[in-house]
Unconditional design. Structure first.
Length: 139
């Protein structure tokens, strides 16, 4: 999780909309992205050449998620895509620090919050929104 967080240009919590993604909270931004709560950002699909593309899930309107994103360079409108597909998506249920955050895919998931846990491979990661916030705010 720590490595995924460090690799992301932007880590946000929000809701998938028909227009893209509505940001409810910025957990971490690598640079001053200008993305603030209430903003709508454009999400791009993964490149067609991504390994295991056929096994990646989709983001559907109405889903509440935390996304770990990379910013596409050279686009007129700031555009983002999830890091490594499903690795960069956590489904969120509930609210507040105790909300449950679970990896989208058990097979394509991080295996620990701060350090990798090889025994967790293939099981997905289930944690709280508060824990994701804590990891995202670590320097």
């Amino acid at each position: 999780m720590q490595q995924l967080t460090e690799a992301a240009d932007l880590v946000v919590r929000g809701q998938v909309t028909s227009a893209g993604f509505r940001v409810d909270e910025v957990l971490r931004a690598r640079t001053d992205s200008g993305v603030r709560p209430g903003a709508s950002i454009t999400l791009a699909s993964l490149d067609a050449g991504v390994a295991d593309m056929a096994h990646m899930s989709t983001l559907d309107v109405g889903q509440h998620v935390v996304l770990y994103l990379s910013q596409d360079a050279g686009t007129a409108t700031p555009t983002y895509r999830t890091l490594s597909g499903d690795f960069g998506i956590f489904d969120v249920t509930g609210s507040g620090d105790d909300a449950v955050a679970a990896t989208r895919s058990p097979a394509m998931a991080v295996t620990g919050l701060r350090t990798e846990d090889a025994t967790a491979s293939g099981n997905g990661l289930r944690t709280t929104l508060g824990e994701l916030r804590a990891v995202a705010q670590r320097p």
